[in-house]
Design a binder for this molecule. Structure first.
Ligand SMILES: CC(=O)SCCNC(=O)CCNC(=O)[C@H](O)C(C)(C)COP(=O)(O)OP(=O)(O)OC[C@H]1O[C@@H](n2cnc3c(N)ncnc32)[C@H](O)[C@@H]1OP(=O)(O)O
Ligand SMILES: O=C([O-])CC(=O)C(=O)O
Length: 374
């Protein structure tokens, strides 16, 4: 064995591998721009549908463009029979991210245009996945409780309909708004691990569905999107705010990573957290559950005091999704439903200026040797 001699960038940390015009993550100013617009402004003034249009088209829609865009989304919301049948085959013990990955695979395998890798064909596929993912996520949560599929309502916006299909009743506007904010904040984040996975797969000239299923696999991990689910397990483990300090002492002594804290790019706090925290506060008030905020602020203060590591977006969104009533294992599929927009914007950008992504490694295994022949 030999030691590495070159300057290895483990985890590609700090390496700029390409340009993008989809979003700008700036840790110095703690800002995030989607196509130039601050995400906080988009969360305050726009719907998730408007943001999806922006990320795909580079500009916010006019009223007429938005009307056409939302009509198209509403017309494609229903769960296809073959996708439902595939989900029904899966055990209810499987992870919802596995069900979602399988559903996207089934949609791809049934799409006769799957291999057509033109910008136009991929835009149609992206819009179709964006419209269909809520029904998949909602149905998968319901079937785990022995409940029937709820068909979509085309008189409701994206988020209101998503919640209607999941819970079978219209959600309060406070809840719809908080959920919509979470979708906007989760929609895009430059070259994160799942988006990069999608770009690697796309760079081989594979199809959009393969890139999206690969991205779902990357997002599932607890160091990435799976952290929103993991945060809720932490909250459940801790129980109440007065237990947070002792829990954190023990967890840090065991060298555990505290889920929902830290970030590869933001070292001084995640730009999206203040906006999502406000949404969580509105939900806690709406549901009359101030204790979840108490635990949130106590654990955050302890973690900052002990490690100086700040929360990322998964920290407020986990408890927010819990208050709304989603199963903990459904949290990361909600992230997928939002991030499909960012992934597919990056797939288009990668294809428009493609180079096969294939880095180098330095070999540190045994020196050359030969198979014994006697
Ligand atoms: C939407 C998203 O995907 S955001 C990310 C969601 N993921 C999580 O919340 C999982 C928990 N967080 C982490 O594991 C990390 O912070 C990551 C993976 C997100 C980023 O990691 P990196 O950029 O590689 O940071 P790195 O691992 O170098 O951390 C630097 C130091 O801080 C520590 N650290 C970083 N995050 C945490 C954490 N959450 N808990 C405890 N210690 C942490 C590391 O152990 C390391 O300490 P050391 O120098 O003593 O070894
Ligand atoms: O950017 C990252 O590495 C992870 C993240 O916050 C995201 O994907 O939203």
């Amino acid at each position: 064995m030999t030691e590495a001699t070159s300057d290895i960038k483990k985890g590609l940390a700090g390496v700029v591998v390409d340009v993008t015009s989809v979003s700008k993550v700036n840790p110095e100013t703690n800002s995030l721009l989607y196509r130039g617009y601050p995400v906080q402004e988009l969360a305050e003034h726009c719907s998730f549908e408007q943001v999806a249009y922006l990320l795909w088209n580079g500009e916010l829609p006019t009223d007429a463009e938005l009307a056409e865009f939302t009509a198209s989304e509403r017309s494609q919301r229903a769960l296809d029979d073959n996708v439902k049948a595939a989900i029904d085959l899966l055990p209810t013990t499987s992870h919802p991210m596995d069900a979602l990955r399988t559903a996207v695979s089934v949609i791809g395998a049934n799409d006769s245009t799957a291999e057509t890798n033109t910008p136009e064909a991929n835009a149609v596929k992206a819009a179709s996945l964006y419209a269909k993912l809520p029904a998949i996520v909602a149905y998968d949560q319901r079937r785990r409780h022995g409940l029937e599929l709820v068909p979509p309502r085309d008189d409701l916006g994206y988020s209101a309909n998503f919640l209607f299909m999941t819970f079978g009743e219209e959600a309060d506007p406070v809840v719809v708004d908080a959920f919509d904010v979470s979708m906007i904040l989760y929609a895009e984040h430059s070259f994160n691990a799942s988006t990069f996975t999608a770009r690697v797969i796309t760079s081989t000239l594979s199809d959009l569905y393969s890139a999206v299923t690969g991205a779902i696999g990357a997002l599932k991990g607890a160091l990435h999107g799976g952290a929103n689910e993991a945060v809720m397990h932490v909250f459940d483990e801790i129980g109440t705010a007065d237990q947070a300090s002792a829990w954190l002492d023990a967890a840090l002594a065991e060298k555990r990573k505290i889920m929902g804290f830290g970030h590869r790019v933001y070292k001084n706090g995640d730009s999206r957290v203040p906006t999502m925290l406000k949404a969580l506060e509105r939900l806690a008030e709406h549901y009359g559950k101030p204790e979840i905020l108490e635990l949130y602020t106590t654990l955050e203060a302890d973690m900052v005091a002990r490690k100086d590591i700040k929360p990322n977006l998964d920290y407020p969104s986990g408890p927010a999704y819990n208050l709304i009533g989603f199963d903990t294992a459904t949290f990361t599929p909600l992230f997928v439903a939002a991030r499909i927009v960012g992934w597919t914007a990056h797939i288009a950008e990668q294809l428009a200026s493609n180079a096969l992504i294939r880095p180098l490694s330095e070999y540190v295994g045994p020196d050359e040797r030969h198979v014994p022949t006697d």
